[in-house]
Structure formats: C-alpha cells, structure tokens
Ligand binder design. Structure first.
Ligand code: FCB
Length: 445
C-alpha cells in the first residue's frame, strides 16, 4: 500500500446510483424512467439486460448498509430515482418512494455513515421525455428544481450534501449526440440544448434549495479527464485542446465563469446552444457551490489520425479504458489553477475487471492496484495545494453498468445476480484496511 497524506477529516466513501442497484422498478408506485424504456430497445444494452431487479437493493438495503459499516466507510454516495419519488416528473409526489430514501438516510446515520445524495443520475421520468422531449425542453429544468425542492424539504436536514447532476456530459453527449445512452438521440444540436438545460436546472435547483433554507452543502458532479495529443504535432495538440474544451470546459466555464468556451462554441457552429440561451441564464448557472464532485476514470487521448490507444500504457481495464493515475493529479492541479473552486470530492473512481468468484473469494489484484495508484495520485494533488475533502470508490458493489449491462463488474463487493449473494472482494478488504489506517490520522503538514 502506498502512503497517502490526507487530513484527518478526509471523507472515505463508496458510491452507487439508483437505477444501477435498486431494482423494484415496478413497485410502490415508481414511474418508468427513460432507462426502463431504453433497455427495451433491441441492441441498446448488452444481452438486452435492464435494471428491473439489478442488485435488488430496494429490498436489501439494510444488508448493504451493514456491508458498508463492515468496510468502515465514512460516507455513502447514492442517487435518488426521480420517478420513484415523483412518478411523472411533475405534479404529485409518491410518499412510498420518499419513505424509502428516508429509511436509507436514517439507516446510514444510525451507522455513522454520512449520506451524500445525488438528485439526478440519469433516470429521468419517462413522462417528461414523452411529453416534452425531456431535457431538450427548458421546462424540464423547472420541473427539476421543483423536485429538488421536495427532496430538500424531506431530506435536507439529514444529508451531508446534495449534488444536482451526475456527469451532465454523459446525459447530454452519450444520451443525445451519439445515442449510446437513454434517451438514445443522435443529434448534436439536441445535445447542446440538453447540456444548457442541465446546467440551468442545476442553478435553479441550487437557488430553490437555498431559498428554502436547506443547510446541506450543495454542488454538482462532473466527469473529467485531461486530454493529451498523441504527438507534439500542432494537429494532435489542437485535437487535445478541443476535446478538453468539449468535455471539461463546456461545464466548468459556465459554472465558474459564466460562459461557454469559445473554442468549443466555434466547433459546434450552428449546432450550438445559442437558440436556447436566454438572458440571465449564466447568472443562474454560476450560482456559487459549496463543493465540486469529480469523477475520474481515465485520460482522453486525442490524435488527428483517430488513434485511440496510447502506446506504452500502464494497462487497460475491462472497459478498455487506459489506466492513467497521474492524469488525476494533472487534472486537479490544472482546474485548481484555472478556476476559483470550492472544496473538491472525488465522487467516483474505479475500474471494471473480469472478476471470478472462487471459493468465497474474489482476488481482484488489478482493482487493488488501480485504487492504490489513484489514491497516491490524489494525495500528490493534495500535496500540490488542491483542496480535496474526500474520495468515493466506484462502486460499493457490482451493478447494472448501463449499455454494458451486467457484463462489466466495478464493485468492491461481488454480486451473484442469481442468488443476490454479496461477497467482499479482496479490494473491499484492502479498502477497509486503508480506511482503518488513514481515517482519523492527524498529519503534520
Ligand atoms: C460513470 C457513471 C457511473 C458508472 C461509472 C462506471 O460514468 O457515473 O454510473 O457507470 O461511470
């Protein structure tokens, strides 16, 4: 194990999301989401799988909370399924759905685990998609703020933080520019409109929660990567700069500077967000935040020739994502220099591996190495002055990995989907030791 240097109050956590683990898709009044519909489209998800049952967490959450307690985690990042608490995305709320999240939050607090809630991890109520094309419509941002306000009134005094969106780039780009995720549109202009409405909805939700007196720290979760050119050629360097502008700055610049990056705007051209931007939008979008969540998995490798795999890589995960831990240090020091940021949480980091359950054990040495290298890289960023308040491993347990279905395993806990048995992998035992050794350790700075 490497030595990491974090403050004694550093938050050690694990993360999941609603559609990926809950199951109970047709129970207790939950409405359908765009992911329920998308999973029914032939060819969209590996093996035609879906989240109907997933990890059956809706029924087994007490057992899952006990697992977290066993690991000694200090915090749990989960998401709230909007269609479970407001089945059609507007109008009446569903008391049974709200009660589930109250039980979950209370169960965490009883175990001394801080609840980190995310309002939107991609499961939009299907009715909003069918009635008004989901996030293409400005009205959906207002519906989101109403939903946020309701969650604030029910859970706002008990959660340790509220994030509005998880990875708006994925919602906008994978969902609308290339159709890889729900709702499955392949239209660049739609993606630009969706991204703008997501950012607007974030600001509206923050303002609504604050107006209601919610005290929990508020923020957003963005997926980020540094982008590197394959060579020093001006073409490759320009490709890297553009990828970074489309992926990272497209969200960071509006949130922290109140504008889209010119370089990417130019690339979008007539397919950009201009038609949906209204006066005052950027003032809403740049409403100050209490924290910034960053999900880090790999770097972007950009080349004018389209070559995707960097030579000399440390390795590739089961998603075929390059293992590139130093990118986390690079990214964090860069954004820390480029923007005036609130404290940062790493809200996701992890890897998929071909795990095998063997006699009650899963020897996922690759995953242990991945976490160790990334925690060391994170510690380096902290030593270089970046204010990082905590780290959440993705994921507590194997789960429904979106278009990859159940084929890709990201968990520290192995899930046998037939029996729903959970088994701690070696990485879980390792993480338990890391937390035990590092949490509460006072460092001389
Ligand atoms: C992130 C998602 C998360 C999970 C990981 C592997 O993009 O936020 O739900 O799928 O990737």
């Amino acid at each position: 194990m490497s030595t990491y240097r974090f403050n004694e109050d550093f938050v050690w956590g694990v993360a999941t999301s609603s559609y990926q683990i809950e199951g109970a898709a047709h129970e207790d009044g939950r409405g359908p989401s765009i992911w329920d519909a998308f999973c029914n489209v032939p060819g969209k998800v590996v093996n035609g799988e879906n989240g109907d049952v997933a990890c059956d967490h809706y029924h087994r959450f007490e057992e899952d909370l006990d697992l977290m307690a066993e690991l000694g985690v200090k915090a749990y990042r989960f998401s709230i399924a909007w269609p479970r608490v407001q089945p059609t995305g507007s109008g009446a709320f569903n008391e049974k759905g709200l009660a589930f999240y109250e039980r979950l939050v209370d169960g965490l607090l009883e175990r001394d685990i801080q609840p980190f809630a995310t309002l939107y991890h991609w499961d939009l109520p299907l009715a909003l998609q069918q009635q008004q094309n989901g996030w293409e419509s400005r009205d959906t941002a207002y519906r989101f703020a109403d939903y946020a306000r309701k969650i604030g009134s029910v859970l706002g005094d008990r959660v340790a933080s509220i994030a509005t969106h998880n990875e708006p780039w994925c919602t906008a780009w994978l969902g609308n520019a290339n159709g890889y995720f729900a709702p499955g549109n392949a239209d660049l202009k739609k993606a630009a409109h969706v991204a703008h409405h997501l950012l607007l909805s974030h600001g509206l939700a923050l303002q609504a929660l604050r107006a209601d007196g919610v005290k929990a720290p508020l923020g957003i979760v963005l997926n980020q990567s540094p982008a590197h050119g394959a060579t020093d050629s001006p073409e490759d360097q320009a490709a890297a700069s553009l990828e970074y502008a489309k992926f990272v700055r497209w969200y960071m610049d509006p949130l922290f500077k109140g504008e889209y990056p010119a370089e990417a705007l130019e690339w979008y051209g007539a397919n950009g967000p201009q038609e949906v931007i209204q006066s005052g939008d950027f003032d809403v979008i740049k409403t100050p935040m209490d924290f910034l969540g960053i999900n880090y998995y790999t770097r972007i490798f950009a080349s004018a020739s389209g070559e995707k795999r960097p030579p000399g890589a440390l390795g590739f995960t089961d998603m075929d994502w390059e293992v590139y831990p130093q990118g986390l240090t690079e990214l964090l020091t860069r954004i820390n220099a480029d923007y005036k940021l609130p404290p940062i949480y790493i809200t996701e980091n992890g890897c998929a591996a071909k795990d095998v359950l063997d006699n009650g054990r899963v020897h996922d040495a690759e995953r242990v190495r991945f976490y160790d290298l990334h925690l060391a890289a994170l510690s380096d960023a902290v030593q270089q002055g970046v204010d990082v308040a905590g780290y959440f491993a993705w994921s507590l347990m194997d789960n429904f990995e979106w278009a990859s279905g159940y084929d890709k395993r990201f968990g520290m806990v192995y899930v046998d989907y037939a029996s729903q048995d959970r088994t701690l992998k070696d990485s879980a035992l390792w993480y338990r030791d890391v937390i035990a050794q590092h949490a509460g350790v006072v460092l001389a700075r």
